[in-house]
Design a protein around this ligand. Structure first.
Ligand code: AMP
Length: 458
């Protein structure tokens, strides 16, 4: 296969200069396919997962097409909205606009991002100064439309980014309202990781004979990501996570949870254990989410715990690992989650902690990605610092779980960070529930297993 360069794609020198500064040398496959088609004026329906370089695939030709309209004038009238990029989440909106700004650095084209969760009044003055490229989440764009702070009748190019997720998030009615306000004569580009029937219907409604391109099989997960599953009891996941986070690959990790509550709880637990962790989820303010994300991007926070919605579209350069603390119930979300790592050709690792209750979702994921993921039973030391594991026989039914046998040798107790020496003289098995001490019996009579050693660590 011939390797094309950005210059082969006939991009303007101002854009090429910005690309060189961004450190891009060769176009990714989606860029090599999409850029010429968009420059020719085609509508495009592109199947591209996140991490394939899809933002530049639409942003670069879009900028090139708008170049003849670039103006150094300060008059707002000289900067009407010519390109509208709709995205599902605030984080993605910020990232897309950052990319557009970087690629437009040597042009007079202006860009702006608007999204909800922040005071609308702070966005209005920027809109009024005029921008050619507007990146927006649908809800906030409708707010601006209602307040008459934006006009869309000059839009020449529309981009729907992560269209599948927009529909998942219930944006269809908002999209239809917005689409009705755009000129019929325009170019439309749609990017989506998956092509459901609903997406196809949407494309029929608002696109004009789009050219279909795909860089990977739809729904397939990226080849450069090593996937692995640990079979583990739900109650042991925290211990396994703590162990995984000590690994060499785990210098910067996104950990996914299903619920906001688990995300918060896990972040607090890890912080207490000395891990630099933070959480992003829908209950956090936009400011908190952006601060957490910035700290993570700058390496100040090593572990970012996120729910699906909050993490959608996150673009972290060279993220080596993602961990699914809980696997998603919608198989497509698995593809989106692991797409955070292994971006733009880099390699990455995606680890999923799967409890017996979650195995049915794993089956669906494997069907979707048409791959059997490597599975391993989690090999965790049974540590008696949590006495209920040792003394409640009902939690040891071997047929129900993935428990590994108790270690015979003295083991390290990760919960208290000091060596634990089990009482070898105590009978190992069968472990009987000790009888309750008689009322009034002195404390010393409580069996040794129940007594936690005082923590002498500094
Ligand atoms: P995206 O799929 O648009 O979210 O892009 C994923 C990542 O790839 C981003 O960090 C981009 O900065 C990076 N990227 C995009 N295009 C290229 C390229 N041609 N060469 C190297 N990195 C790229």
């Amino acid at each position: 296969m011939n390797t094309v360069s950005f210059a082969d794609l006939k991009l303007a020198p101002q854009i090429l200069k910005a690309l060189t500064e961004s450190g891009y040398t060769t176009p990714t496959p989606i860029q090599a396919q999409a850029i010429p088609l968009v420059l020719e004026g085609n509508d495009l329906m592109a199947g591209a997962q996140t991490g394939t370089g899809k933002t530049a695939a639409f942003a670069l030709p879009l900028l090139q097409k708008l170049l003849p309209h670039a103006s150094a004038s300060t008059s707002p009238a000289k900067h009407p909205v010519r390109a509208l990029i709709l995205v599902p989440t605030r984080e993605l909106a910020v990232q897309v606009e950052e990319s557009v700004k970087a690629y437009a650095k040597y042009t007079n084209l202006r860009s702006l991002v608007v999204f909800g969760g922040v005071d609308i009044k702070t966005q209005t003055p920027h809109l009024k100064t005029g921008v050619e490229i507007l990146v927006a989440t649908p809800g906030r764009l409708l707010d601006h439309i209602e307040q008459k702070t934006v006009l869309l009748n000059t839009v020449q190019v529309l981009v729907l980014d992560e269209a599948d997720r927009m529909l998942d998030m219930g944006f269809m009615p908002a999209l239809k309202r917005i689409l009705a306000l755009l000129p019929r004569q325009r170019q439309s580009l749609m990017f989506s990781a998956t092509f459901s029937d609903e997406i196809k219907k949407l494309s029929e409604e608002f696109m004009n004979y789009p050219t279909l391109i795909e860089v990977a099989r739809s729904n397939a997960s990226a080849d450069n990501i090593t996937q692995k599953v640990y079979l583990v009891e739900q109650s042991d996941k925290h211990q396994l996570l703590a162990q995984l986070l000590k690994g060499d690959d785990a210098k910067q990790v996104i950990v996914f949870t299903k619920t906001k509550l688990t995300a918060s709880r896990l972040a607090h637990q890890l912080q207490r254990e000395g891990v630099s962790a933070d959480a992003i989820h829908g209950d956090k303010s936009q400011l908190e989410r952006m601060q957490a994300l910035d700290a993570f991007k700058q390496g100040k926070v090593a572990v970012l715990i996120a729910t699906d919605v909050a993490a959608r579209g996150l673009d972290i350069d060279h993220l080596p690992m993602v961990i699914n603390y809980e696997i998603p119930h919608a198989a497509e979300d698995y593809v989106h989650r692991i797409g955070r790592t292994g971006r733009a050709g880099a390699s990455g690792t995606a680890i999923s902690l799967v409890s017996p209750e979650e195995e049915k979702y794993l089956v669906e994921i494997e069907k979707l990605i048409k791959t059997q993921i490597n599975k391993e039973k989690a090999d965790l030391p049974r540590h008696p610092a949590r006495p209920q594991r040792e003394v409640r026989p009902e939690r040891h039914e071997p047929s129900r779980g993935y428990h590994t046998p108790a270690p015979k040798k003295p083991s390290h107790d990760p919960w208290f960070d000091k060596p634990y020496v089990p009482n070898m003289s105590a009978p190992a098995a069968p472990i009987k529930k000790p009888e309750a001490p008689a009322l009034g019996k002195p404390k010393a009579a409580i069996p040794a297993l129940f007594q936690r050693k005082p923590n002498t660590a500094a």
